[in-house]
Design a protein around this ligand. Structure first.
Ligand code: PGA
Length: 250
């Protein structure tokens, strides 16, 4: 059985440290009681909460950041570097989320630089790709993968996770049909095979994100054969997130 990834992207939530600690503790308490063999649970809170949440180092949950800069240090007001993220106890970083691409005008080149620097310090990169409603999946995803992964070696690429997140499905309550998610997964595999060969494409996790709730987990994991899920809104409700974790089965 392949390990299934269940990744929570809290985005810019919740508003206070206390609420963030409570949310984490509520999930952690339930995860502690369960056998999570075959599942990797990753929480990506706002970076400002990482220190207070990660102090609970005995947890089975892993941590990630939602973004990073491409330099490791320097005069970049307001930014956080991959090295800082790594040293704060994270194993993962999300790069190229559509909210970063659209609201903060991140280009393929910026995303590529971020991926390279994050991989250099040993972070695993969750690269988000996906088309807008008016766009054609294959051409957008192909460009995002080819340009985002330019100059990234076959060995470095082993630390990648690709998240297919159609922009129109994010936060809209309108998830992508499992058959379309499967089509996107197969297309991503084809491009990864073109870039790195079949072996890597067979082992690289490809996950789905966009309005996932616990009652549809099986559709993505079983029908669409996804290697995991990236959960936004539903990860802010500890019960619902734990239900999602429970529903993920091979
Ligand atoms: P959503 O967000 O689950 O709220 O749609 C997913 C994401 O943005 O990663």
């Amino acid at each position: 059985m392949n390990t299934k990834l269940i990744i929570a992207n809290w985005k810019m939530n919740p508003c206070t440290r206390k609420q963030a600690e409570q949310l984490f503790e509520a999930v952690n308490k339930e995860v502690k009681k369960r056998d999570i063999t075959g599942k990797e649970i990753i929480i990506c809170p706002p970076v400002i909460y990482l220190a207070s949440i990660i102090k609970n180092l005995k947890t089975k949950i892993k941590f990630g950041a939602q973004n990073c800069h491409w330099e490791q240090q320097g005069a970049y007001t307001g930014e956080v570097s991959p090295k800082m993220i790594k040293h704060s106890g994270c194993k993962y970083v999300i790069i190229g989320h559509s909210e970063r691409r659209n609201y903060f005008k991140e280009t393929e080149d910026m995303i590529n630089q971020k991926i390279l620097s994050a991989l250099k310090v040993g972070l695993k990169v969750i690269l988000c790709v996906g088309e807008k409603e008016s766009e054609y999946m294959a051409s957008v995803v192909k460009k995002q993968l080819k340009e985002g992964l330019a100059g990234i070696s076959r060995v470095q690429a082993e630390k990648l996770i690709i998240a297919y997140e159609p922009v129109w499905a994010i936060g809209s309550g309108n998830p992508c049909k499992p058959s379309d998610a499967l089509e996107a997964k197969l297309f991503i595999k084809k491009i990864i095979t073109e870039i790195y060969g079949r072996k890597l494409s067979d082992q690289l996790p490809i996950i789905y994100g966009g309005s996932v709730k616990s009652n549809m987990v099986n559709k993505y994991i079983q029908q669409a054969n996804m290697d995991g899920l990236l959960i936004g809104g539903a990860s802010l409700d500890s019960r619902e997130f734990v239900n999602i974790i429970e529903e993920v089965n091979d």
